[in-house]
Design a protein around this ligand. Structure first.
Ligand SMILES: [Fe+2]
Length: 410
């Protein structure tokens, strides 16, 4: 995020003497990316470094390692994640479904907040979370960040968090990346600001508000995810949210999917116009995230609003369907479904979607879906994904009409 934000108090000149409490030298931390060269934040801890562990690190007792489903057959997948049960907190409810060397796709359907006094830190991946259901607050050393249904939440790698639910349960679609996540570069000017033609504007992002620093001692366990989904339990002797102030361009933020202001065209609009986020350095690595939401469909008198068949050879594509209005998959998907189309295969709308889409020409659509396209990275399904796969999906294009004979079999 190019926007530099400041919360609380920090010294004007970095790495100089500063006292948040009288007579107590505050201790500075840089939370950075891309070595010392990418976006970073400068945090001022009231009196202790974030390195002060008071017990030997231990395995957390559970893991989030994606379990490969074995030698994959090349096929498209439809995963019925809407049918998964709720249970556990944000971390323990998390199920990796697809994974590759740099990207992991999971869902989490918690029915409770992070346990009181426990913290989570993803030490190996930046997280982009879409809220399908629920509301609450993401608490971190950066402050308290409210979130609601249909928001995106971007959480930088290395942020220490608690997921506090206000709703009895929640449903999150989670994409993890080795690389930082930010707005799509082709919607930014050379100074890093969203252009006047961009579907996004910085004034609509949600930022954390920093409460008073927690200057407390005790036992504070932090579950840290590392090395491909292993979890280690660290114990700090002081509260991790002991920050008197911070400033910088790396912090958790929210962005409502409704704030993605769709760009329409007289004829069909390709996904880069719908792109909200980018991870990594396009087009060499990472992924793009597109928001398919309400927009005026092409109004050319002969426009076909349904997408064309596409063989996007450098991308594996994952789509998360928040609702079922997306015409190209109508009759096939459910709310909370994911489709996974490997780059090694072309895909297209099913059945007579192209013919049917003519009736939406020039009209406002009401679909909501999130699309992930990897760049030069293949994903594979986990065992958990196979357990919720619609076995009829690979042959669903052979049927003439939408919905005809579709038999989800999870
Ligand atoms: Fe596609």
């Amino acid at each position: 995020m190019a926007l530099v934000v400041k919360r609380g108090r920090v010294p004007k000149t970095p790495h100089t003497e500063f006292y948040a409490k009288e007579g107590v030298l505050a201790l500075e931390e840089i939370h950075g990316t891309y070595g010392f060269s990418g976006a970073y934040a400068r945090k001022m801890h009231v009196r202790r470094y974030p390195t002060e562990q008071t017990r030997a690190p231990q395995p957390a007792g559970f893991e989030l390692r994606p379990r490969s489903a074995g030698e994959p057959v090349l096929q498209p997948f439809h995963l019925l994640a809407g049918r998964l049960p709720y249970g556990g907190d944000f971390v323990r409810a998390r199920k990796p479904l697809l994974f590759g060397p740099a990207t992991t796709v999971s869902v989490s359907k918690p029915d409770r907040s992070t346990p009181e006094g426990e913290f989570f830190r993803n030490g190996e991946a930046h997280e982009l979370v879409f809220v399908q259901e629920g509301e609450g607050t993401l608490a971190s050393e950066y402050g308290e960040l409210p979130f609601a249904k249909e928001d995106y939440i971007v959480v930088p790698k290395g942020t220490t968090v608690q997921w506090r639910l206000k709703s009895p349960k929640a449903f999150f679609f989670i994409v993890e990346s080795l690389y930082p996540v930010h707005f799509a570069p082709h919607h930014l000017n050379a100074q890093g600001q969203a252009t006047l033609m961009a579907p996004v504007v910085e004034t609509e992002i949600g930022l954390p508000e920093l409460p008073a620093a927690k200057d407390e001692i005790g036992e504070f366990p932090v579950l840290v995810k590392h090395h491909g989904g292993r979890l280690t339990r660290l114990v700090l002797g002081h509260h991790p949210f002991d920050v008197a102030g911070w400033e910088g361009a790396l912090y958790p933020f929210t962005f409502a999917s409704a704030s993605h202001h769709s760009i329409a065209r007289e004829i069909h609009t390709a996904p880069p116009a719908r792109q909200t986020f980018q991870s990594g350095q396009a087009p060499y690595n990472g992924f793009s995230i597109c928001t398919f939401r309400a927009q005026i469909e092409g109004w050319h008198p002969q426009d076909i609003p349904a997408p064309y068949a596409h063989y996007n050879a450098d991308s594996d594509e994952v789509m998360f369907f928040s609702n079922t209005s997306y015409g190209a998959r109508k009759g096939v998907i459910e709310p909370g479904s994911l489709t996974f189309h490997p780059g090694a295969l072309p895909h297209s709308p099913q059945g007579d979607a192209a013919e049917r889409s003519k009736s939406s020409r020039g009209k406002l659509s009401d679909y909501l879906a999130v699309m992930l396209d990897t760049f030069f990275e293949s994903l594979e399904p986990t065992q958990a994904a196979l357990e919720i796969a619609d076995s009829g999906y690979p042959l669903s294009w052979a049927r003439k009409a939408s919905g005809e004979g579709v038999s989800p079999s999870a």
